[in-house]
Write a protein that binds this ligand. Sequence first.
Ligand SMILES: O=P(O)(O)OC[C@@]1(O)O[C@H](CO)[C@@H](O)[C@@H]1O
Length: 225
Amino acid sequence: MILVDDSRLVWSMLMNSRAAGSPVKPGARVDIVLDNAGFELVTDLVLADFLLASKLASEIHFHGKCIPWFVSDTTRKDFEWTMRQVQSANHKWMSKCGFQWQGYMKQGTWVYHDHPFWTLPHEFCDMSKDAPDLYAKLQKSDLIFFKGDLNYRKLTGDRRWDYTVSFDKVLRGFQPAPLCSLRTLKADVQVGLRPGQGEKLAATDPDWMTSGKYAVIQFSSPYKE
Ligand SMILES: O=P(O)(O)OC[C@@]1(O)O[C@H](CO)[C@@H](O)[C@@H]1O
């Protein structure tokens, strides 16, 4: 069940960037801060492919980790291995996708980055100070997707905020570009709920914050409409 769904805001941001784009290179730069390797990474690549094919984005930048911090975190090795596996799949269309994705990498339409900051114990609000090069890189984005629970915990500082505190507020100045968290709840932090929503969930489903049954699509933008 999706507790907060800001997908309309994400969609309208992407549509606006397409309208404003030049005829030669329409669309936005989208960054995806990855979470797990494996099937989740394949679905991230499919999302990136969709954004390009639909001209909602013109370049995609993936951000992985230098080490598999929470065991299944995507590293460069996983990224490259996954690309090769898709290319060698025993399925015509899947393999065709793999070769197309490799082409995007060669052209620089898709770019893979890693940075030690992602595996340091800092909250993301510290990034501009502790990793100014990474912050500057993210500032070039039109939209950043943060995948998964771990990234949500780093965005919010893993604190016990009131459930109704706004997502904008808990980012505490971390606003390199419009951003969207795609997260299934696995840890006891959640913000941006309606008054009474968290309490009601706690009363009916005590494990709601960690069971993985609930999810959020939360958007924040430094540009106010
Ligand atoms: O949804 P999943 O893949 O089970 O968990 C997502 C995740 O980010 O949350 C945990 C940290 O809270 C990490 O172990 C894991 O990578």
